[in-house]
Design a protein around this ligand. Structure first.
Ligand code: HEM
Length: 380
């Protein structure tokens, strides 16, 4: 809100990025994201934003995915997996997602009278769903949890090197899974990808690895924080919780508002400005860079009435939590269903669920870009 008073785009210096414009309004954010020809993810020489010459080659491999690509490569890769994430395919998964959520809710207090909702629930559910969708072995789930934790610990230099190490291990693991699927086939999206590769799809072996890497990473971390952020708000606001508990068919509507209010992805990767352009009256020059602040767009009073108010009945809700334009989140349907099932399963199973600490003492992790609760101790 403070930055927005200086304009819809503000020039600033950002840690690890350098000089960059950031958007503060809904309209500026939408204009940048919708014009993928002017605001590109790659420099003219094709380099991925954020990659440095000294970073190991495996980082380059995993970073080479649709989310870091411009057209036509972006559509070439996205069209290979688009079908699997269409509404009908995802809605068909709902009973299974519900089943996983119920099972995890049952187990929540298996080890004590209090439990950390992040580690025992919000982290496991999205990982269980996406790994099942991909066809990754159940027995490997502890590995994914450890990797997810490493990704969340990007808060300092140690965390950064831990993350690089994690990328290395993930790449080796995913290469091995793809090799196995090429030999034996199997169930799930990885086996389907291998099949389309065989049928001549335009995708290189390295791009296969980074595709699966992206789905695994993007499909878990963000949804974890949507679930824990939403549960936290319900646990400290009895009036909202009552309203939802009276009728769980309202959960879909509520999740839209949680998406806006929690804004799990706070800002996007920097985009390169490819030509002189004006955005909402601000002039940008070719060669400048822009980062869109999704969280600021979600709090823009020009679009959202009383944006600081968590209004679970908000309609329309033009939040930007999944971005917009060609990179609009591929997993938006899945994330919505997961969050809806997660909240219902949790609060129905444990009607007396409460925070085990004062709300003000809940620890947030200072990872840039993703808004996350580090630990959410709850009791039944
Ligand atoms: C892209 C947010 C869940 C897969 C994006 C983008 C955002 C986003 C903001 C666009 C980034 C940009 O333009 O720079 C979220 C949030 C989620 C979520 C807030 C949960 C609450 C998921 C899930 C998947 C997923 C469950 C499942 C696989 C992807 C992929 C992209 C993407 C593959 C890249 C799409 C492209 O480049 O065309 N997501 N996401 N996301 N998301 Fe999600």
């Amino acid at each position: 809100a403070a930055l927005r008073m200086s304009g819809p785009l503000v020039a600033t210096r950002f840690p690890l990025v350098g000089d960059v414009w950031i958007t503060t309004t809904h309209d500026a954010t939408a204009q940048v994201l919708k014009d993928g020809a002017t605001f590109t993810l790659r420099k003219e020489d094709g380099d991925v934003a954020g990659l440095r010459w000294w970073m190991p080659s495996y980082v380059r491999t995993v970073a080479n995915n649709m989310l870091t690509m411009d057209e036509p490569d972006h559509t070439r890769l996205r069209s290979i997996v688009d079908e699997a994430f269409r509404r009908r395919a995802i809605v068909a998964m709902e009973p299974r997602i519900r089943n996983i959520a119920d099972g995890l809710a049952d187990e929540l207090f298996a080890e004590g009278r209090t439990a950390d909702l992040v580690q025992r629930y919000a982290r496991i559910l999205p990982l269980a769903v996406i790994s099942e969708l991909l066809g990754l072995p159940l027995a490997d789930r502890p590995k994914f949890i450890a990797w997810g934790n490493a990704m969340s610990s990007l808060t300092n230099v140690v965390g950064f090197f831990r993350l690089l190490w994690t990328f290395r291990k993930m790449r080796a693991y995913l290469e091995q899974q793809l090799r196995a699927a090429r030999v034996q086939g199997g169930e799930g999206l990885i086996a389907e990808l291998v099949q389309v590769e065989r049928e001549g799809a335009q995708i290189t072996p390295d791009e296969m690895v980074s595709m699966v890497f992206l789905l695994l990473a993007a499909g878990s971390e963000t949804t974890t924080h949507l679930i824990s952020g939403s549960a936290y708000e319900l646990l400290r606001r009895p009036d909202l919780r009552d309203w939802l508990e009276q009728d769980w068919s309202r959960a879909g509507l509520a999740v839209e508002e949680f998406l806006r209010f929690v804004s799990p992805v706070q800002f996007s990767k920097p985009r390169y400005v490819r030509r002189d352009v004006e955005v909402e009256g601000v002039r940008l020059k070719k060669g400048d860079r822009v980062m869109v602040m999704l969280a600021a767009a979600n709090m823009d009073p020009a679009v959202h009435d009383r944006p600081d108010n968590l209004d679970l009945e908000r309609k329309p809700n033009r939040h930007m939590s999944f971005g917009t334009g060609i990179h609009f989140c591929l997993g938006h349907q899945l994330a919505r269903i997961e969050a809806t099932c997660a909240l219902e399963a949790l609060f129905v199973r444990w009607p007396k669920l409460g925070l085990a600490v004062d709300p003000a003492e809940v620890r947030w992790r200072r990872r840039p870009g993703i808004r996350m609760i580090a630990q959410l101790p709850v009791s039944a």
